[in-house]
Design a protein around this ligand. Sequence first.
Ligand code: ADP
Ligand code: GLC
Length: 468
Amino acid sequence: MTVYHLSTECYPIAKVGGLADVVGALPKYQNKIKGVDAKVVMPWYNKPFVHEHEFDTVFDGFIHQDGNMLQVQVFKEKTNVLGFELYMVKIPGLLDRDNPYGYEDESYQFLAFQHGVLHWLSAMQIRPDVLHCHDYHTGLVPFMIENCPEFRFLKGVKTIGTIHNGEYQGMMSWEMATVLPSFDSYKWGMMDWNGLINPLASMIKCATAFTTVSQGYLEELFVSFRGLESLVRDEFGKAYGIINGIDTEVWNPQTDPMLDFNFTIKNVIEQKKKNKEKLCKEYGLKPELPLFAFIGRFATEKGADFLPDVVWRSIKQSYGGLNIMILGSGNEYIENKLKEYDYTYTNFALDLGYKEHLSHKIYASADFLLMPSRVEPCGLNQMYSMKYGTIPIVRYTGGLRDTVEDISTGGAGINFTYPGVDDILHAMDRALSIYPQKDVMDKLVHANMNFDFAWEKSAEKYIALYNN
Ligand code: ADP
Ligand code: GLC
């Protein structure tokens, strides 16, 4: 069975968030299953990976977009170094950028990617068994293969659409219809939602089946999905919630080269302490006090807007009895507020930016990881933290409620229900009351590390779905 994963991100080539981690791992684990040949197709980016590896040109052709002729080249990485065949699609001016997102003409960029991939596959008469589309950036593919004459060779190919984040739907005005490959115009309704072209809605309508990255999130979409609630209810018959795993070849505290002190479950307590001491020293924190951490995008969906108040209030309320460390970037107001507190409070450390190495060190050093997300389709941070012996404190939502059980019901994490500063502080208080009880803490650390988040099970679930 050949499966093509289409995605704008893939670790370690281009990562903005968890989408990259999933697309960099899932195909690798699927390829361990007999009879499966999973590949990744992504845009070409001007990233170190493409300059450090050798590629073959497997396609060189043209597409027409809005009257312009665009060159499409497809490069295949020579050695399958990532555990799968990797294809990168280059279109000068659109798919040759430094980063996946953040450009004014993103709609053109993602349309060109979808058009370019389908043109290449059709022209080369490559007919996969499954096209697996990730997020809205590839959401129009299921529509296009059924309704664009240019891709008639692919008609009937089965498609899976995975929703990693329903907050982003890629809506555009119908004026953009001229930028699309030409399509049977009477089918326009299969792309429309409330008078706009909505790629995520179209994916839900047209894909053979669609998935969310946790069962909990799927259930939440019925009541909160930025206007698509009724659509997801209508299409529920082909919806599946499959939880993400973690790539234990990358996220393994025993072998992780990014850690100062590696560890296993046997020596985690001593080694974690050493990691924490080193990190605290570097950032001027106090290693004898509990360390709470947050890693992530400063977006409201992550509850990052609570962080400034959480910082000052928790430090004040505990009389300086804790450390907080934050790694991330995003909303400017949040960044500035946190910078201010970074100057004010010695118990608080801030590192602005995207730093893969530092994130690993923090997972290995912190006592508690905060995830006050308003929305969390799956969440990988809590899983990484657990694997690295850090106790997650999470809002009870989406994938977080599927993966973190509260200590009060026999779990090894802390849950809270409402997204708000008071509830976060209350959850932190609960953590502070456990912290001095060394036996309890050690037990929780071990229990978290023992949790099984391996990709194998979820990779099997996707294969079963494809077979279906
Ligand atoms: P999302 O994809 O919504 O941002 P996830 O929890 O699925 O959330 O994945 C986030 C991923 O990005 C994790 O691998 C996390 O470690 C990483 N990450 C987020 N922010 C940063 C940062 N500032 N520096 C390094 N890694 C980060
Ligand atoms: C999205 C979600 C996150 C999920 C990730 C990978 O970015 O916000 O919760 O873990 O995709 O599926």
